[in-house]
Design a protein around this ligand. Structure first.
Ligand SMILES: Cc1ncc(COP(=O)(O)O)c(C=O)c1O
Length: 398
């Protein structure tokens, strides 16, 4: 599969979000392309040239489907990239990338704060099952990265802002360290989203987006993407991971996410603004022990975030309340507008406590070890979100 065609590449992101990959249906003239819920396609009469592990021919849904391909055009465009591969989930995309790039004996550096599945893959799976040398590093400390990397390290993987502490890592600086040692750099960009941050422009080799979050934005579909300009490796990912491991996205989920992606920049812009307002309010509220949001001057990564993020600082705030785990649960249950649920990046605000008994709690800075809550701000009125937080805090005596 060649470089993704983008007839709108000279236009701005809002125009590309509307038009790239969007086209009329040739059969009917409908202004929307259809949902193709087929898992198999008519074969050519001459089978001699067919490669059953390739994604070049529409043949079987695991080798690719039209809704996946149209979404891939859109996601590549949002990152100004040559190619994107859309898979069944964010974790499916992370796994496909790691599975393709790493083999026994390779060294990978991974962050001490990351999405849970990345921690699992490198803390207990890739190392124990396949003999990959996995090294946990504080990626916000460039000296620690320099000390941990060795010539020939295969991959450095980072996440910025990170889940769940919303720490910020210097993409350009880590790209330089990685490349000087012959390593590739992959960046999980889910918390930032492509409106706010485009790691390929800062020197990264691969980007992963959990499309389940801000890009879909409606809490009703799951998907993930790998984005890159390295067409040769992307072809290997298609062959080694998509076709032969199998985490391809269903046409229906691709269709849903495509629909969400059209309004993604508009929603993200509002989420940036609302989140900044809520973070500023939380910082002023009594009984709040800390607020971690890169848009606040008090955040240790604020100056860096100002340099590497555009348009805003994303939709997730981590904060602490002066309370034990049970009181935090009662606070979350007392909310009326904000939904008490996992995930992030939906139209509705979502809140999720990070209990003090989490096995990774000691990996986080000291202040995150008590009363720690992850909060994803949605599209509601910021005054209503603030009012809801305030009433629920009061309801549990805070
Ligand atoms: C930063 C980050 N990366 C990856 C994922 C995984 O995405 P999915 O749940 O679609 O597998 C998540 C999910 O919360 C996430 O927050």
């Amino acid at each position: 599969m060649a470089k993704k065609e983008n007839k709108f590449s000279d236009y701005g992101m809002y125009t590309q979000a509307v038009h790239t990959g969007t086209d009329y249906d040739e059969g009917t003239g409908a202004v929307r392309r259809p949902l193709h819920m087929a898992n198999s396609y008519k074969l050519p009469d001459d089978l001699s040239q067919v490669n059953y592990s390739s994604t070049d021919l529409l043949m079987y849904a695991r080798n690719g489907n039209p809704n996946q391909h149209w979404l891939e055009e859109k996601i590549a465009a949002l990152h100004g990239a040559d190619d994107a591969i859309v898979l069944a989930s964010g974790v499916g995309a992370l796994h496909a990338l790691f599975w393709t790039l790493l083999k026994s004996g390779d060294r990978v550096l991974y962050p001490n704060v990351s999405y849970m599945a990345v921690y699992r893959m490198f803390h207990e799976l890739f190392n124990r099952k396949f003999g990959v040398d996995t090294v946990m590093v504080d990626m916000t400390d460039l000296e620690a990265v320099k000390a941990a990397i060795t010539p020939g390290t295969r991959l450095v993987h980072i996440e910025t802002p990170d889940n769940p502490t919303v720490g910020v890592t210097d993409i350009a600086a880590i790209a330089e360290i990685a490349h000087a040692n012959g390593a590739l750099l992959s960046v999980d960009n889910t918390f930032a989203s492509p409106l706010n941050q485009r790691p390929l422009d800062l020197g990264a080799d691969f980007v992963v987006e959990a499309l389940t979050k801000f890009v879909n934005g409606h809490g009703d579909a799951q998907g993930g993407a790998i984005i890159s300009n390295d067409i040769e490796t992307m072809e290997r990912i298609r062959y080694e991971a998509q076709v032969n491991v199998g985490a391809v996205i269903s046409p229906f989920n691709a269709w849903q996410i495509f629909r969400g992606s059209v309004t993604f920049p508009l929603r993200m812009q509002r989420i940036n603004q609302c989140t900044q307002a809520v973070a500023e309010w939380l910082e002023r509220r009594t009984n709040i022990t800390f607020v971690s949001y890169p848009g606040l001057p008090s955040h240790p990564g604020h100056a860096l975030a100002k340099r590497q993020m555009k348009n805003g600082y994303g939709g997730v705030i981590s904060f602490g309340v002066a309370a034990d785990d049970k009181t935090v649960e009662r606070f979350c249950a007392a909310l009326r507008v904000i939904t008490f649920a996992v995930s992030l990046g939906h139209d509705e605000s979502l809140i999720f406590p990070q209990p003090s008994y989490d096995e990774r709690i000691l990996l986080y800075p000291e202040q995150f070890r008590k009363g720690f809550i992850r909060f994803s701000v949605g599209l509601e009125e910021p005054e209503d979100i603030i009012g809801d937080l305030d009433q629920a805090l009061r309801a549990v005596g805070l």
